[in-house]
Design a protein around this ligand. Structure first.
Ligand SMILES: [Zn+2]
Ligand SMILES: [Zn+2]
Length: 247
């Protein structure tokens, strides 16, 4: 099946990534992606860009080299109440999408209950479209309520390719993500493969993610990357229309 999209990528603006946005877009074009999204790390991660980067990016062209450009951010979940980076309130609604993830630099792993709660609360964020790499064994959590909460708040779950690379620094990602994927199948929650590229050559690389989906016989109808209608519903459309009236 044709992989249309990669929205988890970083540029030199993240501080620990090594390619420019233009270089990333060149590779996105070479790999035949229809959509490319830049999701630099939000300001609380050491060395990343300030809120101004995320505010100004709306002026970047919407199409480059025939690839649709999406402006995003990878937020840091900062505490077990699910709070994310503190920025002027107009910044996030001005972006096409937000991913939220746990990073040890911003939040040390807590108890199973605390980690689960961090995800459950972060999923309520009205700007959130994707829960990033819930696959890190350092953060023990209960996958079933997290997947159910993702469904309730119309948020996609990421299958992160970098986590699955041999020798990846997020430990035992496969053991953690497989039960998450199984609950996604059970509750019909779409997933999105993300490269988490920190250099241009890795843009659009979903090799290990695709391999794992085949291995567990995951229903491709739930993989956003393969379906334009899911990209529209989960990534392009205004998220707010889906979550209006919840709680
Ligand atoms: Zn990074
Ligand atoms: Zn991350």
């Amino acid at each position: 099946m044709k992989d249309l999209i990669d929205i988890h990528t970083h540029s030199i603006s993240s501080g620990h990534a090594y390619s420019t946005l233009q270089e990333n877009l060149q590779i996105a074009k070479e790999k035949g992606l229809k959509y490319y999204g830049l999701s630099d790390h939000a300001p609380e991660l050491e060395g990343s860009a300030t809120w101004l980067h995320f505010s100004n990016i709306k002026n970047f062209p919407k199409e480059v080299y025939g690839v649709n450009f999406l402006a995003g951010i990878e937020l840091n979940i900062m505490d077990s109440e699910g709070n994310v980076d503190n920025m002027p309130e107009f910044v996030l609604p001005g972006l096409d999408y937000a991913i939220a993830s746990l990073h040890t630099i911003c939040l040390a792993p807590g108890t199973r209950e605390e980690n689960t709660n961090a995800y459950l609360e972060a999923l309520k964020n009205p700007n959130l479209k994707v829960l990033g790499h819930p696959d890190d064994a350092r953060y023990d959590f209960d996958p079933e309520p997290v997947v159910k909460q993702a469904k309730k708040y119309h948020v996609a779950i990421e299958l992160n390719n970098s986590s699955l690379k041999p020798g990846a620094f997020r430990s035992n990602a496969k053991d953690v993500i497989v039960p998450v994927l199984q609950y996604c199948q059970q509750y019909r929650v779409p997933i999105i493969m993300g490269s988490d590229a920190h250099y241009s050559f890795d843009v659009g690389n979903h090799e290990y993610a695709e391999k794992l989906l085949k291995e567990i016989n995951f229903d491709t109808d739930l993989v956003i990357n393969y379906h334009e209608h899911l990209i529209e519903e989960y990534i392009l459309d205004s998220h707010k229309q889906y979550i209006k009236g919840i709680e």
